[in-house]
Write a protein of this length. Structure first.
Ligand SMILES: Nc1ncnc2c1ncn2[C@@H]1O[C@H](COP(=O)(O)OP(=O)(O)O)[C@@H](O)[C@H]1O
Ligand SMILES: [Mg+2]
Length: 285
């Protein structure tokens, strides 16, 4: 703002600054001109064993390092196993405050957890809480793996983290949201993927939330399970491996297929998953 001679104030148009969020993998940050633009919703797609879950761990770890609260939804593995796996790559989450939404443990407002974990038990707990009886006395059940339960659980996590200001739905502090995997929520209705991901985006995706959404790949059709997430996402990291029957070894690759609001490397990377380190990327070509 500048003061004019008459004493009124004039707004000087500010150059749009893009805040970058580290992926926790330095080569990937470099390939994105410093990181993911803040507030992006990134789909992680790929067949089993390509490294999707490990990529999520790097993102959460980078969050801890940056002081960002983390909401970690895990439907594929127990968080205990996520912790064990992450430790093999030098990411020791157990040094930090972790709150499982299904436990009765509480943290003081002044000392909120670093990570809120939502696993299947947490989802079951929230599903029970939001199930209600309507005016005619009919019970309305919510399933643990429904998009409504997921939304309610994430909002509960924001509350626990203390990032919501009274009456506001937008976190006042930057939050990292990880959902591994989102496909679990439309397992029985793949045709609903677009609608569900849209609902989720509207309900939880705010400018102060940067999200990773793991989407499984249907091996048979070689396409993302459920159609639509990739269209709604601001970014897509796609992972794959060579046909192991031909190459007789596991050779993994990753490509930044899309990322809004930034330039990025358009060539694929060779992915090595190394003990003690995790993801190591080598540019191809
Ligand atoms: N300690 C380790 N050292 C090296 N590679 C590992 C280690 N732990 C797991 N991996 C590799 O990571 C792969 C699993 O990656 P993950 O992220 O779980 O895949 P996805 O989620 O895509 O199914 C394993 O198949 C294995 O090849
Ligand atoms: Mg996985």
């Amino acid at each position: 703002m500048i003061k004019s001679r008459e004493g009124s104030t004039t707004k000087i148009p500010k150059k749009e600054i893009i805040h970058r969020i580290s992926t926790g993998v330095s080569e990937l940050d470099r390939a994105l001109e410093g990181g993911i633009p803040k507030g992006s919703w990134v789909a992680i797609t790929g067949e089993p064993g390509t490294g999707k879950s490990i990529l999520c761990m790097h993102f959460a770890w980078a969050g801890i390092k940056a002081g960002d609260p983390v909401v970690y939804v895990t439907t594929e593995a127990e968080f205990r196993d996520v912790l064990k796996q992450a430790k093999m790559f030098g990411m020791d989450f157990e040094q930090y405050r972790i709150l499982d939404i299904s436990s009765s443990k509480q943290y003081q407002e002044a000392n909120p957890p670093h990570i809120v974990v939502i696993d299947i038990f947490g989802l079951l707990k929230i599903a029970r809480q939001i199930s209600s009886t309507d005016e005619e006395g009919k019970k309305r059940f919510h399933y643990a793996l429904s998009i409504e339960t997921l939304i309610a659980s994430i909002n509960e996590a924001y509350k626990i983290l203390g990032v919501l200001r009274e009456g506001s739905k937008t976190p006042q502090k930057h939050v990292r949201l990880i959902i591994d995997s989102i496909s679990a929520f439309w397992a029985d209705k793949p045709a609903m993927a677009r609608r569900y991901s849209y609902d989720l985006k509207v309900a939880t995706h705010r400018e102060n939330v940067t999200a990773y959404l793991v989407s499984q790949y249907a091996m048979t059709t070689k396409s993302t399970f459920g159609f639509g997430l990739e269209h709604i996402a601001d970014g897509v990291f796609h992972l794959w491996m060579d046909d192991v029957e031909k190459t007789k070894e596991v050779k993994r690759y990753m490509i930044i297929k899309k990322m809004r609001m930034t330039n990025h490397v358009r060539k694929a990377f060779l992915v090595e998953i190394e003990p003690g380190k995790g993801f190591v990327l080598t540019p191809l070509g």
